[in-house]
Design a protein around this ligand. Structure first.
Ligand code: NAD
Length: 694
């Protein structure tokens, strides 16, 4: 049973119990309906309390039932809410902890609601491209007022139930929880009223332009997304239509959103992140190693950010450098970052000091010897890394996890510098490491399974989304990015302007176009890598325009100029005639007659470059599953979430169409045949009519 029934004198207590979050799955719905029927039939019962086990009311729909027939089996959530509303005895929802989505909709079908002081309520459906489909858009405006309800439904963000005391919540219970809820129920049973939210009015705000303004704001905040707009339509309907008609309209909008490509993409994104935490050949019950103390080697850009991400989660961190000056500089940057958070009102001064107190600077390996995990973030040079790992092997206690933050070097070779390669793993953070959610966890040839599970769990504790990658140049994300950037450059050589490419990719939904990203991150990093590759292999495809700009010292924002120019202290990219001259000159030297290139070609070439490399990564087993590759791009590279990631996007377009477009690019005059050679997996799936994501 996913809910149980008990009595306390004249009050029946129905407790939802469907771990982990009391999801409103079929068995839970059945059990609640049975409980309500049992209470109705028992003449000794005067009132009913509906509450949740495990310290929370309900997290909403049971996501294990998502997209399965069970979700639609009767009683549906709508049926259950109707049963509850029609109960001959008053029903009190006792809201403790989280009360989300379908859980809140169920509570709105109860006659009364009480809450614990820390309870949180939300209708988060918009975040997966939907709207609350079980009456939430019709009842919440009636319960708490149209403006507040609209804000909650369009943002999907949680609100403290306490703040809704007097409207949604009849009483905040501060004493014994169960006792308080039962006493409240006993009290309301004294009179015969069973007030229904549906009978209250939903009054539109006086401002006649209110809904128009709300639509304009939602269009600006969530470009191209239909769900926020439909949420507004549904709430507006609550103010104009009788309740049952509003409910039917909500249903219609819900079903349309369920089939929208945006919601499919957002739901894929949601499920992919959860799937990434599971490692195919590592059983879920693999033990983890205890990690309490962390050490970071190198206090530069990455070392500082990595230290902050652990400190923010409450871990004590010892940070090591070879020179006092570098250590002072690193600590200064960390403090300055926290001070800026204080200035922005995101952190209290006391918190700042608490966090700094968790940080111990050192120049000595003795001070880190008993750390449970050490993360290395020194210069990107194999010799330097090998020396650090030899030293770590010498000093670190047995069983310590040894991680490297390398972006391009061979983790297996780094591991081989130690006598304990099974304890070595890659933790590839993204800059700024205290902010960016993605962590690529690089599994070396010999990395032990418990090392892997420990790092995955730590990632979660520090708020990161971890994706496992095998060892290869660039791992998942940067290996694909290289192909994306190569296409962006080729498009400019052939006739597009950097602005045109950036605009097209931003219209597609990328957080920032490739040239703006280059200017932000610094074009010199890629240039240094390219120069090394040109020297190693003269056949390496060149990026003559990007090289020329770097030769001119145009590294991006940090030098005031790159693909764009920047006013001192400003981040606004301004198109620069100097760049146009360089482009014209290089095209002349290459003998290229520029042609007009459309937005569609720009988007397809950049995105399919990602897709083709992603397919190779998948078939080589570097990534475990297509959705992991999607997660990397959604959480680390600004790929539009509503498109579900590059491989999901390719699945949605249809792989035969993707393959055909690639063939076209290869056979275009001046087309790069080698580049557009399809990955065998892509060619096979396209021929079979298959998909990357099953
Ligand atoms: P950085 O130059 O800012 O910092 C490196 C720090 O390591 C310096 O403070 C230096 O003094 C210190 N250091 C050098 N040798 C050392 C040693 N033997 N012992 C202790 N400290 C030593 O570089 P960064 O950008 O922080 O990069 C560090 C690592 O992170 C590199 O492997 C890099 O590839 C990787 N990485 C960088 C980024 C990025 O965006 N910058 C992203 C992911 C990974």
């Amino acid at each position: 049973m996913s809910a149980h029934y008990a009595t306390d004198g004249s009050v029946a207590v129905i407790t939802l119990d469907n771990p982990p979050v009391n999801g409103m799955g079929h068995s839970t719905r059945v059990a609640i309906a049975e409980g309500l029927a049992q209470a109705a039939a028992d003449p000794a019962i005067r009132a009913i309390v509906l509450m949740g086990a495990n310290g929370l009311f309900s997290g909403g729909a049971d996501i294990r039932e998502f997209n399965t027939p069970k979700a639609m089996e009767t009683p549906t959530l709508r049926d259950l809410i109707a049963i509850c509303e029609a109960s001959p005895k008053p029903v009190v929802a006792a809201i403790e902890g989280n009360c989300m989505g379908g859980g809140l909709e169920l509570s709105l079908g109860c006659h009364y609601r009480v809450a614990s002081p820390r309870a949180l309520v939300a209708l988060p459906e918009v975040k997966i491209g939907l709207l609350p489909g079980a009456g939430g858009t019709q009842r919440l405006p009636r319960a708490i007022g149209v403006e507040r309800a609209l804000e909650m439904i369009v943002s999907g963000d949680p609100v403290a139930a306490e703040k809704l005391s007097g409207s949604l919540i009849g009483q905040v219970i501060t004493g014994d929880w169960l006792e308080g809820a039962v006493a409240y129920a006993r009290n309301v049973a004294r009179d015969d009223s069973r007030p229904r939210v549906r009978d209250r009015p939903a009054t539109a705000p006086d401002d006649p332009g209110y809904f128009t303004a709300a639509r304009a704001k939602a269009a600006k905040d969530s470009r191209n997304l239909p769900a926020p707009q439909r949420c507004i339509d549904a709430v507006e309907a609550a103010t104009t239509k009788p309740f049952d008609e509003g409910l039917a309209y909500e249903r219609e909008l819900f079903l349309a959103l369920m089939n929208s490509p945006e919601s499919r993409g957002l739901r894929h994104a949601f499920f992919s992140e959860r799937a990434a935490a599971r490692i195919l050949d590592v059983p879920a019950d693999t033990p983890v190693r205890a990690v309490r103390r962390i050490a970071v080697v190198g206090a530069g850009t990455m070392g500082g950010g990595i230290a902050m991400s652990f400190i923010n989660a409450g871990f004590p961190v010892t940070i090591l450098e070879t020179q006092q000056a570098a250590l002072d500089r690193g600590l200064g940057v960390i403090r300055a970052n926290y001070e800026s958070a204080v200035k922005r009102g995101k952190l209290t001064p006391e918190r700042l000091e608490q966090r700094m107190a968790l940080l111990t600077p050192t120049l000595s390996y003795d001070a880190i010897a008993d750390a449970d995990l050490v993360v290395e973030a020194v210069f990107e040079e194999m010799g330097v890394k090998e020396a650090v790992f030899r030293k770590l092997d010498e000093v670190m206690k047995p069983g310590a996890l040894l991680a490297t933050n390398t972006s391009t070097l061979d983790v297996d070779r780094i591991a081989a510098a130690t006598g304990r390669p099974h304890d070595v793993i890659g933790m590839h953070y993204f800059s700024p490491a205290n902010v960016m959610r993605l962590l690529e966890v690089v599994r070396g040839r010999e990395t032990a399974k418990d090392v892997l599970t420990t790092v995955m769990q730590l990632a979660k504790k520090t708020g990161k989304t971890a994706v496992v990658s095998g060892v290869c140049d660039g791992f998942i994300g940067n290996r694909m990015l290289k192909q994306y950037k190569a296409q962006a450059s080729a498009l400019v050589e052939e006739g597009a302007s950097p602005q045109q490419v950036d605009r097209a990719m931003e219209a597609f939904g990328m957080a920032m176009g490739p040239f703006r990203v280059g200017d932000l991150a610094g074009n010199d990093i890629g240039w240094a890598i390219r120069k090394r590759l040109y020297a190693e292999d003269p056949a390496t495809r060149r990026q003559p325009i990007g090289d020329r700009l770097c030769e001119m010292g145009r590294f991006g924002q940090k030098t005031g100029a790159g693909w764009y120019r920047y006013e001192p202290g400003k981040r606004e990219p301004i198109p620069d005639p100097v760049v146009d001259e360089v482009i014209v000159a290089v095209r002349g030297e290459l003998g290229v007659a520029p042609r007009a290139i459309g937005e569609r070609e720009i988007v397809e070439r950049c995105v399919y470059a990602l897709v083709n490399e992603g397919a190779r990564i998948l078939e080589e087993g570097i990534a475990q599953r297509a959705s992991d590759i999607d997660t990397v791009y959604l959480t680390g590279y600004g790929f539009p979430r509503h498109r579900g990631g590059p491989l999901f996007h390719a699945d949605s377009v249809g792989l035969p169409d993707v393959a055909a477009a690639m063939q076209r690019f290869a056979s275009d005059p001046g087309g790069d045949r080698d580049f557009w050679n399809p990955a065998p997996l892509l060619a096979r799936l396209a021929a079979e009519g298959g998909r990357f994501n099953p």
